[in-house]
Design a binder for this molecule. Structure first.
Ligand SMILES: [Zn+2]
Length: 455
């Protein structure tokens, strides 16, 4: 618990993210000060350029969760009923911890990229050294680095200083390496299970299986399953006025994207949806949009522009809480703040406010549903979960979605616009589902069905 909390505080202290973690001080327990002091002292003895250690620590922690999720769902095909639910609940907790970490990490990488070359270049160089050549890394671990590389690459692109040119070259090469590894696991997956336009040819997923086996030597599934979990209340608990996708007409699908906006992926996904003329819902986490100061003044941050852009393009945006908390455990003022702050932030973005609310993890009880009423919000759930946050193999994500659709015949699909997976999967899924006779629909800001598929 303490070890997991460490990189977060460490990162925040080291890169000046104190303002960004102000919110977290309300709920999650901060690590004891003694520990933070020890960590900072430890950082001073590190050989890397100043400022590198906390970022490396965060990247390592991110990789560790990536590995844990892979072990957790490695045997997904054989997990049934309670076993799958347990894995999902543990996965939600891991994902929850990773989300805070990545939120801090992305902010820190962006601030790093904005520093003068003399400070920036050695630190970015040291991070890339680690990703490229650390002897403890496995080849397929590279799949965990794409998002951080993309977040670094975006602000550096076009930098013409000598150091910037070199870094851009390295980032492009490292991302090409991620692509190569991804293509390797994709090809294996498609050979074994079949892919678009070709049947399964059987065999083994050699690289993937070897990777999973190596991870399993150090990470036991049993130990993971014994850890803390965030269960989603049963889908059967659908409160009055809730929408979860099962009530849609047959062969009608709604795409939804949670947890953004994201500085790289939101606009990429928007571009795919626009190209395909598919409507969609985006459920935004308030702290990505901005904050409220002590006097109650709403202050939008730089990422709010992506939300404004979505709305301008006709997409419907909803509230996904302020910090992505497990709201089924909240009540009173903390619960109210989670709903209200994002409500107010969305009202500050022209056209972005709607009556749609999505509970993080779907975790809610009648108490939280009642809390929505004060804001005239309506809970929108999903019945088809891509698990795109837990699965780095695009074809595998697409297959999971297709299987769930074959079972449900209609519904609301859950994806995330905070990593590259949805952008990889949608171009495979959209044409295929249309060919199967499915229509993509949307909801308006009050939760009414809008069928406006324009293939
Ligand atoms: Zn979420």
């Amino acid at each position: 618990m303490i070890r997991k909390a460490l990189p977060l505080l460490f990162l925040a202290l080291a890169v000046g993210g104190v303002r960004a973690i102000r919110r977290q001080q309300v709920r999650p327990t901060p690590p004891p000060p003694l520990l933070a002091a020890a960590t900072l002292a430890d950082a001073a003895t590190h050989p890397e350029p100043p400022g590198t250690a906390p970022l490396l620590e965060a990247l390592r922690a991110d990789l560790q969760v990536h590995r844990q999720l892979i072990v957790l769902f490695a045997d997904e095909a054989n997990l049934k009923g309670p076993g799958l639910e347990q894995a999902l609940a543990v996965g939600h907790r891991l994902h929850h911890e990773r989300r805070d970490l990545v939120h801090q990490l992305n902010g820190a990488l962006t601030r790093l990229a904005a520093q003068p070359p003399a400070q920036r270049d050695p630190v970015v160089g040291a991070l890339l050294d680690w990703m490229e050549a650390d002897p403890e890394l496995l080849e397929l671990d590279r799949l965990a680095f794409r998002d951080s590389l993309r977040v670094l690459q975006k602000p550096l692109r076009g930098d013409t200083t000598p150091g910037g040119v070199l870094l851009n070259r390295r980032l492009a090469r490292d991302l090409a390496e991620v692509d190569r590894v991804e293509a390797l696991v994709e090809t294996e997956y498609q050979r074994v299970f079949g892919g678009p336009g070709h049947p399964a040819r059987g065999g083994q997923r050699e690289s993937w299986n070897a990777y999973v086996a190596e991870l399993q030597r150090h990470l036991s599934l049993d130990t993971l399953l014994k850890g803390a979990a965030i269960p989603s209340p049963a889908a059967g608990l659908v409160g009055s006025g809730e929408i979860n996708g099962t009530e849609l007409p047959e062969k009608v699908l709604i795409l939804s994207f949670d947890d953004g906006p994201h500085r790289v992926y939101t606009e990429e996904i928007k571009a795919i949806l626009e190209k395909e003329h598919v409507p969609a819902l985006f459920f935004e986490v308030g702290r990505n949009l901005g904050s409220q100061d002590a006097s109650g003044q709403i202050k939008l941050g730089p990422l709010a522009a992506y939300t404004e852009d979505l709305v301008r393009s006709g997409f419907v945006v909803g509230n996904h809480s302020y910090t992505h908390a497990q709201l089924s455990r909240e009540s009173g003022t903390p619960l109210d703040l989670e709903i209200r702050e994002t409500d107010q932030l969305l009202r500050a973005i022209p056209g972005a406010h709607s009556q749609l609310f999505r509970f993080p993890y779907g975790a809610r009880t009648p108490l939280q549903l009642q809390a929505l009423e004060a804001y005239h919000l309506r809970s929108v759930l999903w019945n088809i979960d891509s698990l795109d946050w837990a699965d780095p193999v695009p074809s595998s994500v697409a297959d999971r979605v297709l299987k769930a659709i074959a079972h449900e015949q209609r519904g609301i699909l859950l994806f995330h616009d905070i990593h590259d997976r949805a952008g990889k999967v949608l171009p495979l899924l959209i044409p295929k589902l249309r060919a199967m006779g499915y229509t993509f629909a949307g909801l308006d800001g009050e939760g009414r069905l809008r069928v406006e598929d324009r293939p």
